[in-house]
Structure formats: structure tokens, C-alpha cells
Design a protein around this ligand. Structure first.
Ligand code: AMP
Length: 226
């Protein structure tokens, strides 16, 4: 083949690479789980979902595309609206594992819609809406945080625990350092609120965090009852 022909062929192959494998437009995900006890004992209102009080377990907050410098994209595609018909097979699992605590009490679709539109639409280069929610549910199965903590004697009993001990228990179990975020209860006690685990751009594998969130936790934190 003449040199020009080779050039055109290579150009087409090069373009094909980009057409079949869109580049990710983010660096990693934060998979964020929240302790409902810490969402519901602050000065802000909390309402149980219409299905009743959630299980005393960590619930999913979201799967958030992030950049290595700590910033993140948001609301990336207004044309990709949340469509509940695409996740109908996941709804019962979402109610159990991704419970809304917003007021007024509702089923949860508003929370899932918010998470999809703010965060999920920024990972559409790698997963569609069904995959976004399915991946988050699978990640929660992979990291049973409550089990991990209770195995290390860290229980949601209103006790105060060493932050490093909490972090080490999770790291020993999943192999990577988590981010830990605290908030304050209505008596101003610092308490365990959210746990961040980093995930690769496929949304399936835990990784070491390129950057940890600023967690606002002192050395000892309360693990409130729920
Ligand atoms: P995000 O916008 O994804 O960063 O999450 C923050 C928003 O999610 C805030 O408006 C929170 O009030 C809301 N939020 C956090 N946890 C829950 C929950 N369990 N149910 C409903 N809304 C929540």
C-alpha cells in the first residue's frame, strides 16, 4: 500500500479508538456512605422514607466522579434526565440500601434523581443510568462497613472511638484508606457521619484515594445509635 494509504488507514484506526472508547472526563469516583444515626440527630430535620425507618446500616449517599485535584464536575448533562423506568428492577434494593432521609417523607426517587443529575450525568462516558445505580449497589455489597466496624469492636452505641482505629479497621478490611467525615449532633458532639471509599473510573474496583476529603473529625468521634 502506498504511504498515503497507510497514513489514511492509521488515521481511521486512531479515530476509531476514540469513537469506541470515549475518554473519561473525570479521574476517579468517591463512593460515599452515610450513617443514618448521624443524619438524624443534628439540628437539621430528617424524615424516614414512606417505607419506614431504614435499617440500622450505612446507606449510600452517592457515587461521585471526582478530579485528582479534589474538585469535581457536576450537572454535566441536562438532557439526560432521571428516568425511573430505567431502574425499576433496582427500586427495592435502592429503598433498602440508598434510603432517603429528606423531608417531607417520600419514597426516595427525589434523592436518586438528584444524585443522578448532579453526579451520575458526569460519568456517562463509562456507565448509563442503570449501570450507575447498579454499580453503586454492588459496591455497597463489596464493603459491608457496619460489619467491618463491629468486627473491630466499633459499635453504633453512642460511644466515642478513636478516629485512627475506625480508619484502620476499614483499611485492613478493604485494603485502602477511607475518607471519614464528621458532623455535629444537636449537643455539638463530633460524630461519624460519612465514609468515602475511592473507586476506579469503571465504577467497580476500590483504589487508593488520589485525594482524601477534608473530614472535619477530631481524634475521637462518637458513633451514634440509630
Ligand atoms: P450532594 O448534592 O450529592 O453533594 O449531596 C448533598 C445533598 O444531598 C444535600 O442537599 C443533602 O441534604 C442531600 N442528602 C444527603 N443525604 C441525604 C439523604 N439520605 N436523603 C436525601 N437527601 C440527602
Amino acid at each position: 500500500m502506498a504511504a498515503k494509504g497507510w497514513f489514511i488507514l492509521k488515521l481511521l484506526m486512531f479515530q476509531g479508538l476514540f469513537i469506541s472508547r470515549p475518554q473519561e472526563d473525570f479521574d476517579f469516583f468517591y463512593f460515599v456512605l452515610q450513617w443514618p444515626g448521624a443524619s438524624c440527630d443534628t439540628n437539621r430535620p430528617c424524615c424516614y422514607p414512606t417505607s419506614g425507618k431504614p435499617a440500622a446500616d450505612f446507606g449510600i449517599h452517592g457515587l461521585w466522579p471526582n478530579y485528582n485535584d479534589g474538585s469535581f464536575p457536576s450537572n454535566c448533562n441536562p438532557d439526560s434526565q432521571f428516568d425511573r423506568s430505567q431502574i425499576s428492577d433496582l427500586v427495592s434494593s435502592l429503598k433498602q440500601n440508598w434510603p432517603t432521609l429528606a423531608c417531607p417523607s417520600n419514597e426516595g426517587f427525589k434523592f436518586w434523581e438528584h444524585e443522578w443529575e448532579k453526579h451520575g450525568t458526569c460519568s456517562e462516558s463509562v456507565m448509563d443510568q442503570h449501570e450507575y445505580f447498579e454499580n453503586a449497589l454492588k459496591l455497597k455489597d463489596k464493603a459491608d462497613l457496619l460489619q467491618i466496624l463491629t468486627n473491630s469492636g466499633i459499635n453504633p452505641d453512642d460511644g466515642f472511638y478513636n478516629l485512627k482505629k475506625i480508619s484502620n479497621a476499614i483499611e485492613d478490611a478493604i485494603g485502602f484508606t477511607p475518607g471519614i467525615e464528621c458532623n455535629k449532633d444537636s449537643e455539638r458532639n463530633n460524630q461519624l457521619d460519612q465514609i468515602y471509599i475511592c473507586v476506579d473510573t469503571s465504577g467497580t474496583e476500590f483504589i487508593e484515594c488520589p485525594v482524601l476529603p477534608r473530614g472535619r473529625c477530631p481524634t475521637r468521634v462518637q458513633f451514634p445509635k440509630f
